[in-house]
Design a protein around this ligand. Structure first.
Ligand code: PLP
Length: 389
């Protein structure tokens, strides 16, 4: 039977890492990988994470299962981090933000939804996650790469025109992957109105809170949307905001004004997770819970996250200034947010940059701004300008 299988293609983004490692060029630069890097190119464990881990090591008395919904204190504290005070949701802990999205997709299916609208370009895994749960994925262009411009009007009109009641629409809470494009308040409000008019369920992917302009400001549009629509799903990841990538830490939350409906929603989220992996892993959630419930650790973690964001912002300013020689539209890199921006470079030049200059980025042209440091920036700008012509 297995011989009948054809080989799946390797993920082109993940395939870049071994290529980068094998490159002997001492001046090589990795702009491909999707994790935060500091000025020295490291992805450090946050100080607060180390301290929380030391505390857990000393105090943890058992490795017995945490239970199918996960760590309740984590689920609640993480919801307050994402959604602020006073908002209600049914939540369960998940295997990273990816697990949260997958549970969201399964919940949509169980609720009778069969389609999700995705603006493109988007995170390369989005389509696969929703399709794997049996949803039809409807894509629409939402970003003009050459003009570095969000196609806000087009996005609203496509959704208003094509969406049916019960359809879902995916939104990036902040720090859009891969474009860094910022959806302004008027567009968020227009999305809320279309969702209300058409009876759509917003699915908000929150994977980079704290990397845009700040922990609270990054979450403000999501919170306003939750206040406006009767039902929504939030898929939240702790991977980036707490630097816990490999610990697979996240949570999914579904909102409803009715406590009875929230109870039903939680029972569904629990049974979906139970059928997939039974119980979520403990460690990452225990770390986040420890940080969020300890004022001192919390302050330290916020300071480190603020520093990461400031470093990205300063790299953005340098890149935007240098690359606006290439195209005035690239000045937008300075006002885009989060780790990523999408450069208008064709595949031939991307491969050339890799081979001749040791600059690695996926063929889409997405760059991780945090992959850059101040000593490499001038050389990267010069190479990008030289190889664009
Ligand atoms: N959503 C977006 C937009 C992402 O970029 C990512 C990870 O890169 C995720 C969700 C999933 O994150 P996690 O590693 O927590 O599964």
């Amino acid at each position: 039977m297995f011989e009948t299988l054809s080989r799946e293609a390797d993920d082109p983004l993940l395939a870049l890492t071994p290529l980068f490692r094998a490159d002997p060029n001492p001046a090589k630069v990795d702009l491909g990988v999707g994790v935060y890097r500091d000025e020295l190119g490291r992805t450090p464990v946050f100080r607060a994470v180390k301290r929380a881990e030391a505390h857990l090591l000393e105090t943890q008395e058992t490795k017995a299962y945490v239970g199918p919904e996960g760590d309740r204190t984590f689920i609640e504290a993480f919801w307050t981090f994402v959604a602020g005070e006073g908002r209600h949701a049914a939540g369960v802990q998940t295997v990273g933000g990816t697990g949260a999205l997958r549970l969201a997709a399964e919940l949509l299916r169980r609720s009778g939804s069969s389609r999700i609208f995705l603006g493109t370009p988007t995170w390369s895994n989005h389509s696969a996650i929703f399709a794997a749960a049996g949803l039809s994925v409807v894509t629409y262009p939402s970003f003009d790469v050459a003009g570095q411009r969000l196609l806000a009007g087009e996005m609203i009109s496509v959704v208003a025109d094509k969406a049916q009641p019960g359809d879902a629409i995916l939104l990036h809470a902040s720090c859009h992957n891969p474009t860094g494009a910022v959806m302004d308040d008027a567009t968020w409000a227009a999305v809320a109105e279309v969702a209300l008019e058409k009876g759509l369920v917003p699915v908000i992917d929150s994977a980079y809170q704290g990397f845009g302009t700040g922990i609270e400001s990054d979450a403000a549009p999501l919170r306003r949307l939750l206040d406006r629509v009767p039902e929504a799903i939030v898929a939240a990841s702790a991977s980036k905001s707490f630097g816990l990538y490999r610990e697979r830490t996240g949570a999914v939350y579904a909102t409803s004004a009715s406590p009875e409906t929230r109870d039903k929603l939680k029972s569904h989220l629990v049974t979906i997770g139970r059928g997939a992996y039974s119980m979520p892993p403990d460690h990452g959630a225990a770390v986040v819970r420890t940080i969020l419930t300890d004022p001192e650790l919390r302050t330290d973690w916020r300071t480190e996250l603020d520093d990461a964001r400031k470093r990205i912002t300063s790299m953005r300013t340098i890149l935007a200034k240098g690359l606006s020689r290439l195209s005035p539209a690239l000045a937008a890199i300075a006002t885009q947010q989060g780790m990523f921006s999408l450069l208008p470079i064709d595949e031939t030049r991307i491969v050339e940059l890799r081979h001749r200059r040791g600059i690695y980025m996926p063929l889409s042209g997405r760059i991780n701004i945090a992959g850059l440091n101040s000593s490499q920036a001038p050389g990267v700008i010069e190479a990008l300008c030289a190889h664009a012509a």
